[in-house]
Write a protein that binds this ligand. Sequence first.
Ligand code: 4NP
Length: 155
Amino acid sequence: MKVLMVCLGNICRSPMAQGVLEKKIVERSLSHWFVDSAGTSGWHDGERPDHRAVLTSSQNGVDISMQISRKITKKDLMIFDFVLAMDTSNYNDILKLCDSEEEVHKVKMLMNYQYENQNRAVPDPYYDGRFDEVFQLLNESLDCFLDKVLVSERI
Ligand code: 4NP
């Protein structure tokens, strides 16, 4: 299973989401899973994650310090099984890259796995610094995502 986390800059939310899900797949011995992240903007291409995201993650046992920001491409829509958007703006930008209904179907709002059909956003901590709160939101929503996908894999 290949999962791509997507936010605007790929230096705050999606790197933390990648790190959190990577930790969960190790804990659950899901050796066939692969996680990556990207941004819709490309503004921070080649940069490491925001130092506040690195700090909050490490305080919660997740190392994201080696990640490098990149912009999402059309190829990502072909390769990944799930493309998880942090907010509706990300979601709409990702849809513009889709060439088929199959690709559109891969794009989901992450928090809908916890709060079905509500299209809630993972708030952007870049401006207000609420990284701890965002980390906990990601942790809960990604548990819901993992549980739902694993159940559907068993059917
Ligand atoms: P992210 O946060 O989308 O969660 O990585 C942001 C990072 C950088 C900027 C905006 C949001 N920026 O304006 O540079």
